[in-house]
Design a protein around this ligand. Structure first.
Ligand code: PEP
Ligand code: MG
Length: 591
């Protein structure tokens, strides 16, 4: 019997703009696996489900293995081999089958039970080889679980996939070829979460804030995502699909026309102030678009995505060096600023020993973790140094809150340099070292820090969350997360004043730099280097060319006098928003 699907329109919060038309694939994080009773009659069907999932996982592994081989990823290949080996063991599958039968339970639960037992036996072995196998069983479980949830392997699912998941996390993106993913809908996730930022860099629309999202949007349904308005159309009529196809075409044409006209024009205000426009990237393949859009360098390379993609073991120094070197060469003479690992609440098996804690965002994040894991930090620094021979690489340390952290990190960087010297590896002896200014303590002690480093990169995403005690990933308190709050503006003003006094360059690389209104305020406050989401850059260049810096200085000066967030919002609405020319208002709304 054919079931008629109900057409539906659902509204959520738009957190990455753009349109998408795709077929839904559910993504489950295998954290919660419930035991579900299956009737005796349904047991064979459950076993069949398991066998399909095992078969699908085998095919997926073989495909991934051949891709990895082509790219020469030895470590990844060995992980995939280990998963494959576990799956080939007939006794493992038969144990799961037996448990499904004996306890009349669902395949997910039985698979988890059997793999957990296996994991504990490896754990007890206290041998490095077996401990490694312990991680492999977890990785294999994730894979099997995804298959059991009814979805094809993400990486082999081809273009046009719209992902529906409970929450936005980086591991979710690491599973996909980002060029195949055309949209994401999640129950929870905020505008400045890392996943949302990456999605924006790739132009992938994201809509969040929809409870029970998986029940509302079934796997396999056709959807339209309107990432400007936060609308999702489930199983839309053909006429609407045609309308959105037209919008997608228009949007692409618009973007390319803008690029064709402006790409080579310098970002200079009408009164002659040169503003440097760089981009933030998270993957090496974004370099291509950095060059295409005419950015002036990579102001922030968030290296953590590389680690998350690698998953079960740390990314080797050689592999990192190859990635950073290739990026630096392709960008040359433009700069590449690599930020050392800043893992937030994402879980990596080899960090489990130090990353425990109820709130990792206030825990061992950024430089704090690096100083607890000096070998991990040094291997990354060696890789960055090895990529620096052309002289266009810079290094930036995340989450600095004290002078001691900078000094300790610099000692480790020195060690890494000496180590390379012993190995005879060349590197840039003048490599510039900067810090992320994103913890309030750093702003309160900015002078001392500025004397110790070559530049400041202001990370407004974290600064706002820490100054205002407002979680950046929680869209329910988006109104509290206020970039123009007087306390935030005061921090920015202080960092700019200190940097000017100490004659060190400053860039702003948080998402504020991608927003036209905030960018006008920042320019007025004295910022001359903005590093942003690549999708925003063509529009930002046009904005810079349309404004007078002197006027921005006057407006920002007035804004800094105001003490109430409400008054500030009012002032922005009345005096700054109207300065955005009509065509720019349109293009920014279009984004
Ligand atoms: C920031 O905090 O503003 C920043 C640029 O870093 P991230 O978003 O990666 O925390
Ligand atoms: Mg940050």
């Amino acid at each position: 019997m054919r079931t008629r699907r109900r057409r539906r329109q659902i509204r959520g919060n738009p957190i990455s703009s753009g349109y998408a038309i795709g077929v839904v694939s559910h993504y489950l994080t295998p954290g919660h696996v419930f035991r579900i009773h299956v009737s005796e009659d349904a047991v064979p069907q459950e076993i069949q489900r398991l066998r399909h999932a095992v078969e699908g996982s085998r095919r997926e592994l073989a495909l991934l293995r051949s891709r990895v081989q082509q790219r020469g990823g030895d470590e990844m290949a060995s992980i995939l081999d280990a998963h494959q080996m576990l799956l080939e063991d007939p006794s493992l599958v038969e144990r799961i089958v037996a448990l499904i039968r004996s306890s009349q339970a669902n395949a997910e639960w039985a698979a988890r039970r059997v793999l957990e037992e296996l994991q504990s036996s490896y754990e007890a072995a206290e041998d490095e080889f077996f401990q490694q196998r312990e991680m492999d069983t977890w990785g294999l479980f994730e894979r099997l679980h995804r298959r059991l949830s009814g979805d094809a392997a993400p990486r082999s699912s081809g273009p046009g996939v719209t992902l529906v998941a409970d929450t936005l996390n980086l591991a979710l993106l690491a599973d996909f070829d980002l060029n195949d993913l055309n949209g994401i809908v999640v129950a929870t996730g905020g505008y400045t979460s890392h996943t949302a930022i990456i999605a924006r860099s790739y132009g992938i629309p994201v809509i969040s804030g929809i409870p029970q999202v998986r029940e509302l949007i079934p796997s396999g349904s056709r959807v339209i995502l309107d990432g400007y308005q936060g609308l999702i159309y489930v199983d839309p009529p053909n006429g609407l699909i045609r309308d959105y196809e037209r919008k997608i075409r228009q949007e692409e044409e618009h973007y390319h026309t803008l690029l064709a006209i402006d790409r080579k024009l310098p970002a200079v205000t009408r009164d002659g102030e040169r503003i440097i426009l760089e981009v933030n990237v998270e993957t090496e393949d974004e370099v291509k678009s950095v060059l295409e859009i005419g950015a002036e360098g990579v102001g922030l390379f968030r290296s953590e995505f590389l680690y998350i993609r690698e998953r079960d073991q740390p990314l080797s120094e050689d592999k990192q060096a190859a990635i950073y070197s290739s990026m630096a060469q392709r960008l040359y003479p433009l700069p590449l600023t690599v930020r050392t690992l800043d893992i937030g609440d994402e879980r990596l098996p080899y960090l489990e020993d130090v990353k425990r804690g109820a709130n990792p965002i206030l825990g061992l994040r950024g430089i704090r973790l690096s100083l607890r894991k000096p070998e991990l930090f040094k291997s990354q620094v060696c890789a960055i140094l090895r990529a620096s021979t052309l002289g266009n690489v810079k290094l930036v340390l995340p989450m600095i809150s004290s002078l001691d952290e900078i000094r300790d990190a610099k000692l480790l960087i020195q060690d890494a340099g000496q180590e390379l010297g012993r190995r005879g590896c060349p590197f840039d002896p003048d490599l510039k070292i900067g810090i992320m200014m994103e913890v309030p303590a750093a702003f309160l002690n900015a002078e001392a820090l500025a004397r110790e480093v070559d530049f400041f990169s202001i990370g407004t995403n974290d600064l706002i969350q820490y100054v205002l005690a407002a979680d950046r990933t929680n869209e329910d308190i988006a109104d509290l997360y206020d970039p123009l709050h007087p306390a935030v503006l005061r921090c920015l003003d202080e960092a700019l004043r200190v940097a000017a006094g100490e004659r060190i360059p400053v860039r702003v690389c948080g998402e504020m730099a991608s927003d036209p209104i905030f960018a006008m305020v920042l320019i007025g406050m004295g910022v001359r280097n903005l590093s942003m989401n690549p999708m925003a850059l063509p529009y930002m260049r046009r904005l810079v060319r349309s404004i007078e810096r002197e006027k921005m200085v006057a407006l920002a000066g007035h804004l800094l006098q105001l003490r109430s967030p409400r008054e500030i919002r009012q002032y922005v609405k009345e005096c700054i928003e109207p300065l955005l020319s009509a065509d720019l208002q349109e293009v920014f709304e279009q984004r």
